[in-house]
Design a protein around this ligand. Structure first.
Ligand SMILES: O=C[C@H](O)COP(=O)(O)O
Length: 260
């Protein structure tokens, strides 16, 4: 309930495609096809749609999607606004290129670039400074899951990676079990429900109403054939999609789970 005692409005789901290190100019046709499909779906589609392309495509894709039907996000940013950091991109640069969000702390960044919770938190603060929504990824490895550590690992990542001052608009959590990414494996609906319930409770405890309103995405081998089941789990407010976001036809099958 809000302070005024009225019920909170429903959370608008988000389906975000993470293209990772995939996509050249030829792939822009996929985004045009997604945007055209969203047009034809009209208001039967009850979700927002985002594509997070590689940095080389951010600006051209943002220009192509300037009608706002497909939102554009980055895949990482540096904590600083500018400076001598060869190869890095700042949150301000992503915003300037037309992005409205940025994925931070993805498990591939955490493993490939030794990113820590503290480092991710600094990037989330940078995203907010630049006016971007931060999509903060958390999730356990297969080993941690086997050891029964899923909930404590995710709780620690949440606590460490998200700064103290956030809003329901500027921060999204993405739960992505590392072992489910790109493997075709997914947790059961009950397992997803358990983790998302814990995340919701932790967010509410820490951020009050903002924590009740924040979107919590599920990611890890989401595809057309499992989207409806996964997206109907309590506290799942959308999906972060890797492989199945690269082709318009595959992403559209996932979006169809949100057509009513
Ligand atoms: O960011 C997206 C995730 O890593 C999921 O990737 P996937 O859908 O290919 O499993």
């Amino acid at each position: 309930m809000t302070d005024a005692g009225s019920p909170l409005p429903a959370i608008q789901p988000l389906v975000a495609g993470n293209w990772k290190m995939n996509g050249t100019k030829a792939a822009l046709a996929e985004v045009i096809a997604i945007s055209d499909w969203i047009d034809s779906a009209g208001n039967t589609l009850k979700a927002d749609t985002m594509i997070c392309p590689p940095a080389t495509l951010t600006m051209v894709m943002a220009e192509l999607c300037s009608n706002g039907k497909v939102l554009i996000g980055g895949q990482d940013c540096h904590p600083l606004a500018s400076g001598a950091h060869t190869g890095d991109i700042s949150a301000e640069m992503l915003a300037d290129a037309g992005a409205s969000a940025v994925i931070l702390g993805h498990s591939e960044r955490r493993s490939d670039h030794a990113e820590t919770d503290n480092g991710v938190r600094a990037k989330v603060e940078a995203a907010h400074r630049a006016g971007l929504t931060a999509i903060v990824c958390v999730g356990e490895t297969a080993g941690q899951r086997g050891a029964g550590l899923t909930l404590p690992v995710v709780a620690r990542q949440l606590e460490g990676s998200i700064p103290d001052a956030v809003t329901a608009e500027n921060t999204i959590v993405a739960y992505e079990p590392v072992w489910a990414i790109g493997t075709g494996l997914t947790p059961t609906a009950d397992d997803v429900a358990e983790v998302h319930a814990m995340i919701r409770e932790a967010l509410q405890k820490r951020f009050d109403v903002a924590g009740s309103r924040m979107r919590i995405l599920y990611g890890g081998s989401v595809k057309g054939s499992n989207a409806a089941e996964l997206m109907s789990v309590a506290n799942v407010n959308g999906a972060l999609v890797g492989g199945a976001s690269l082709k318009a036809a595959d992403l559209i099958q996932i979006l169809e789970a949100y057509c009513k």
